[in-house]
Design a protein around this ligand. Structure first.
Ligand code: CAA
Length: 240
């Protein structure tokens, strides 16, 4: 039987590319999304991949959402924690709400999804969790204390959970994307982005598919001995 995967934030940007890449591997994919119903409906129409709405930063909503997927689609073997938001601003200007929303969604979402799915993976003796971190969690970024802290937290979360999952044949890995050509990066002021791209040795932004191919490898049966690792895909911008 085909494995079942949930990709959080899976209807747009990097998440959409991941959903499609896993679907192309013959995996039964469910794309979670948090906000834009119209974009999610268009995604399902285009791809045939069902989209389920819940806020991954909400613990109970995530438990309920995953239970609904398990009842309607099947036991979840693979989780890709991709959902993430930015609320950029220097510390002096950053509100508590901007801090809290990013930590809650980006980092809290990983915990909530793992709480919902790890026990089932353990009982079935197979699991793959891939967490989307960031170059800015590895290196920091001016104007992103919230996002850098959440993404850095994801890298620590990955290494800790990998140690707990290994004996149950559950692998837990992270990908650290650099600057990828998505709506999120397009929201960076043009003059700031120009300076960032100038520092990327590859001389360009990455493509969402270039992240998705990394995820496809990490969730495959071939990657069974890879756990606790971070795959940086950033055009050489930061070598960690
Ligand atoms: N290092 C040092 N100083 C910097 C700096 C940097 N990297 N960037 C800006 N500054 C300085 C500026 O030179 C300026 O100094 P002066 O006042 O002396 O001129 C001062 O900081 C204020 O800069 P801004 O005019 O840019 O300030 P702002 O308040 O208008 O905006 C900001 C601040 C919102 C942080 C804006 O700079 C910004 O959006 N930066 C980009 C942040 C970023 O890279 N976000 C990534 C989003 S994509 C993503 O996160 C995906 C991923 O995983 C990679």
């Amino acid at each position: 039987m085909a494995r079942v995967a949930i990709v959080t934030g899976g209807t747009r940007g990097i998440g959409e590319a991941i959903s499609l890449a896993l679907h192309d591997m013959g995996i039964t994919v469910v794309a979670n999304y948090g906000g834009d119903d119209a974009k999610a409906a268009a995604f399902t129409e285009r791809t045939g991949i069902p989209a389920y709405k819940w806020d991954v930063g909400d613990h109970q909503a995530t438990l309920d959402g995953c239970a609904r997927v398990e009842a309607e689609v099947g036991p979840v073997d693979i989780v890709v924690n991709n959902a993430g938001i930015t609320r950029d601003g220097t510390l002096l200007r950053m509100s508590y709400e901007a801090w809290d929303a990013v930590i809650r969604t980006n980092l809290g979402g990983c915990f909530n999804m793992a709480k919902a799915t790890f026990p089932g993976m353990k009982s079935r003796g197979f699991g793959r969790i891939v967490n989307i971190g960031s170059i800015n969690g590895q290196a920091g970024q001016y104007g992103q204390v919230n996002y850098a802290a959440a993404k850095s937290g994801i890298h620590g979360f990955t290494k800790a959970l990998a140690q707990e999952g290994a004996r149950f044949n559950i692998t837990v890995n992270a990908i650290a994307p650099g600057y990828i050509d998505t709506d999120m990066v397009a929201a960076v002021p043009a003059d700031v982005l120009e300076k960032i791209v100038a520092k990327i040795p590859a001389g360009r932004l990455g493509q969402a598919q270039e992240i998705a191919r990394g995820v496809a490898f990490l969730v495959s049966d071939d990657a069974g001995f890879v756990t606790g690792s971070t795959l940086s895909i950033n055009g050489g911008q930061h070598m960690y």
